[in-house]
Design a binder for this molecule. Structure first.
Ligand SMILES: [Zn+2]
Length: 388
């Protein structure tokens, strides 16, 4: 039997698509975990109804930059249950930038391959509170061969972790291995900015242009920002997407978001938290970064949401990120926090407030009915009886 859910009473529906960031509809109909209809409540007949009570519905946020290890535990901050906490911040998918915090991480050819395959396969089957974790980002080490990339791709590994934080540092080797990765369809990130920890190196725009990755990671600093000229060089001399992270420099994030908007290049922007980092683990970090972009750089909220959803899905080649027929039914009901200045989610972002996450649906299943990590919403959704 098909299992359906209709999310009704939507005040504002954000699509995740920068080209057309809002949709004029009040209901999203979900069947068997996928979006099966978008329209008016009277168009659909569902098993279960979730009334958004006039709040905003958006695609589940995608955190483009996490450093998981295995399971829902990170030894870097001795913290458990942090990935489930992200779901309470409106994040429904998270992409590994490398399992670099693995205690005793092997740095030889066999070991770095084994770690990527293990993390990829383990997270494919481990979903903290439903979170889709894309784990297993290969950390480049000397001695890897083109055949290794073929073997890894066959095992499902489709990510290369941040270049610059593992053994391969010199730009020629990094560029060569990036080509091997691209030949088998992997997406590649380069760490940009100052040294993140004593063992990493500073990487500038020129390095990034030489390597030509899919994504220039944290161009607002991870945690130390490069210069705005480095960012302009990357934008002008590569086709790389650029990433802003919560655990970076917030002033640089605002300046770079404004630059991208002015030059009509917001389609090249993706967002992450870079968790865990020295600044910690921020379950609502993507929401905070969106507030920075909307309040300081004056990016329109629906466009900002698209950079944290559809852009990332497109650049990474992963599902989700859009409210559209056939897509995974990963969505967030969000609103103005109760008691603040804002009237809805968009105006909360414009004021610089963290929106209230009122509900999270992943694969058509209701995972959060009251966020443990944000303020309560102005409008409280009406949930179906959860025990059926
Ligand atoms: Zn980094």
């Amino acid at each position: 039997m098909r299992r359906s859910l209709a999310v009704t009473g939507i005040g504002t529906l954000m699509s995740g698509d920068l080209a057309s960031p809002t949709i004029a509809a009040d209901t999203v109909f979900i069947e068997d975990g996928k979006i099966a209809g978008i329209g008016a409540q009277s168009d659909f007949d569902a098993d279960r109804w979730l009334d958004a009570a006039g709040a905003t519905v958006l695609p589940g946020l995608i955190d483009n930059h996490i450093h998981p290890v295995l399971g829902d535990y990170t030894p870097r901050q001795s913290q458990a249950d942090y990935l489930a906490g992200f779901v309470h911040g409106g994040v429904t998918s998270a992409v590994s930038a490398g399992e670099v915090h693995t205690p005793g991480r092997p740095k030889d050819r066999a070991g770095t391959k084994a770690l990527a395959i293990l993390a990829h396969k383990a997270f494919a089957d481990h979903r903290p509170l439903g979170l889709r974790v894309y784990g297993g980002a290969l950390l480049l080490e000397e001695g890897l061969t083109p055949e290794d990339f073929v073997e890894l791709a066959d095992a499902g590994v489709h990510l290369v972790g941040e270049i610059g934080i593992s053994g391969v540092k010199d730009p020629e080797t990094a560029a060569t291995m990036t080509r091997w990765a691209h030949d088998v369809g992997m997406s590649v990130m380069v760490h940009v900015g100052g040294k993140s920890v004593p063992t990493s190196r500073a990487i500038d725009g020129e390095y990034c242009v030489q390597v030509q990755p899919d994504i220039a990671a944290h161009v607002n600093g991870g945690p130390t920002a490069p210069t705005i000229d480095d960012v302009k060089l990357i934008l002008d001399q590569s086709s790389s997407a650029v990433e802003l992270v919560y655990n970076g420099n917030q002033r640089a994030a605002s300046d770079i978001a404004a630059l991208l908007a002015e030059t009509n290049q917001l389609d090249r922007l993706v967002l992450g938290t870079d968790s865990p980092a020295g600044a910690g683990i921020a379950p609502a970090g993507i929401m905070r970064l969106l507030a920075t972009m909307c309040s300081l750089a004056k990016i329109s909220p629906a466009s900002a949401i698209a950079t944290a959803t559809g852009n990332t899905a497109r650049v990474r080649g992963i599902p989700g990120g859009f409210i559209r027929i056939g897509e995974n039914a990963d969505l967030v009901i969000a609103d103005a926090p109760d008691g603040g200045q804002a009237s809805d989610m968009a105006s909360a972002l414009e004021f610089g407030d963290t929106p209230a996450v009122a509900a999270v649906v992943i694969g058509g299943e209701i995972k959060v009915t009251r966020s443990r990590n944000t303020a309560p919403p102005r409008r409280t959704p009406v949930f179906p009886k959860l025990i059926e």
